[in-house]
Design a protein around this ligand. Sequence first.
Ligand SMILES: [Zn+2]
Length: 126
Amino acid sequence: MIRPEDLLHPTPAGLYCPPGDFYVDPVRPVDRAVITHGHSDHARAGHGAVLATPQTLAIMAERYGADFAGRQQAAAYGEAVSLNGVDLRLFPAGHVLGSAQVEVRWRGLTMVVSGDYKRRRDPTCA
Ligand SMILES: [Zn+2]
């Protein structure tokens, strides 16, 4: 039986996914980060690789420079991505342009990292 903390748990560097070997919105530089949105308390420079929406990657490039991460991987809303056998999809969070909630699926367990989100309509973002 897989426990939720097997899939995602907090660490000093941020929320970590051991089977996928990635962090969500890490507070320290890590090898692989999934970034929910472009605000500076979630999106930081210096990671080895960053997965985010194209809009969030553009915001990070504007804020930190084009070389803000070793590698950049864009994922559109709803696009299926696999990191080390863990399936991810990004969904609109309604918070700012490009903001996403992260669906994380592994061995029958599905969890969602909401990041920051907004429930009322906002014409600036999905
Ligand atoms: Zn925010």
